[in-house]
Design a protein around this ligand. Sequence first.
Ligand SMILES: Cc1cc2nc3c(=O)[nH]c(=O)nc-3n(C[C@H](O)[C@H](O)[C@H](O)COP(=O)(O)O)c2cc1C
Length: 172
Amino acid sequence: MDFETLVTHRYSSRSYKPDPVEKEKLDKVLEAARMAPTAANRQPFQLIIIHTEGRQEELRRIYKPDWFAVEPPLVICACALPKKGWERQRYDSQNYAIVDVSIVVDHITLQAADIGLGTCWVGAFDPQAAREILHLPDQVEPIAFTPLGYPNDAPKAKKRKPLEDLARYERW
Ligand SMILES: Cc1cc2nc3c(=O)[nH]c(=O)nc-3n(C[C@H](O)[C@H](O)[C@H](O)COP(=O)(O)O)c2cc1C
């Protein structure tokens, strides 16, 4: 798929088939994540790949809808390691680890779409439940989850603000 088609074709899938994801396809998605740019190339992230089979009930504590962890065969948790992230020390110590993780997840969603897999960013999860269930150490921040599987729904028309509302030229 060319890039323009891919970015319009990717959508948040909220229904999945139970079919497993082939290892080669999962590896391809994870390789796209690995290639993501990160501030100062620190790569301050960890991905937890979770097979949902037999874990549906505990995963439901993290985020309830069936499309999150009952229907799809896989869920990925993208975590930031802020202590390993680059900080804009010279000015305001802004930490970029969350930005880095966001780019990683975007690579995941786009690569998945390119090979016929569905994803959906999930930010509205219970972070405490995620910590307990995934045994996350204190210094690890769960940032986003996505189911990964074959979609069982179809994309809806994209609703986006017009570009005039989103971009300015030269100054605010
Ligand atoms: C950071 C982030 C968090 C999101 N969290 C959720 C979520 O918790 N639950 C959900 O159903 N969708 C979630 N979404 C998906 C958005 O609703 C979706 O991307 C948006 O409506 C645009 O639709 P599209 O992805 O199909 O183009 C999230 C998206 C992003 C980027």
